[in-house]
Design a protein around this ligand. Sequence first.
Ligand SMILES: Cc1cc2nc3c(=O)[nH]c(=O)nc-3n(C[C@H](O)[C@H](O)[C@H](O)COP(=O)(O)O)c2cc1C
Length: 233
Amino acid sequence: MNVVMINGSLRKESTYNIGKLLINKLISEKDTLKEFFLPRDLPKFCCGCNTCFTKSEENCPHYEYTSILTKAMDEADFLVFTTPVYVYHTSGQMKTFLDHYGYRWMVHRPSGVMFKKVAVIISTAAGGGMKSTNKDIKDSLDFWGVGKTYPYGKGVAAISWDGVSNKKKQRINLDIDSLARKVRNRISNPHPSIKVKSIFYIMRMMQKKVGFNKPDVDYWNAQGWLGKVRPWR
Ligand SMILES: Cc1cc2nc3c(=O)[nH]c(=O)nc-3n(C[C@H](O)[C@H](O)[C@H](O)COP(=O)(O)O)c2cc1C
């Protein structure tokens, strides 16, 4: 199994440690793990040039960074996104990462390989904001077509992993055991959720009937999705 971890912070503290706890429960020596850290691995803001939408993602001025991340994600079976909660939302660097993948939303050119992937989003806060933070990332993953995404948020009442109480760490460990079981089952039978399939069919109808951006319509046609082909079969 190929695992990719994308961390929305350079800090290896609560959020990262919970992410690693999950990954370590799921992988063995024969699996591969690639870890990315933001903003180190994508240190540029989306500049809004629209080139990914109107021409190709390969013309993105930051393609030297995104090409590496994209290849790793496309080759992964399991994706883990981690972010600390910053003012009730995902970290700025994670948002910047997501902005670079606007072209992969189903309204544009989703990658067919996403539909059988499993993802987990992990966020931690001192107190609150995990729900809105996880949604920031889940919106993108659902619209990219990621088959199934499990969000996990935890209020850790701390600003570092050392500061998290043992009682909380025990609780987190139990939560992550249960999450690991769900992920393992899903990876053994990967398929898109009803929500993801529904978005696909709505976007397919839109490409067929409206088709306002030629590169997107051409792409859907080339995949065969406007005919009988489906990305998850
Ligand atoms: C800029 C900034 C904004 C934050 N905003 C919130 C917040 O809205 N709600 C909250 O409960 N904690 C907030 N925190 C606390 C962190 O989310 C919390 O300590 C988290 O566990 C840090 O993750 P890390 O240890 O992996 O870096 C904020 C911290 C920073 C640095």
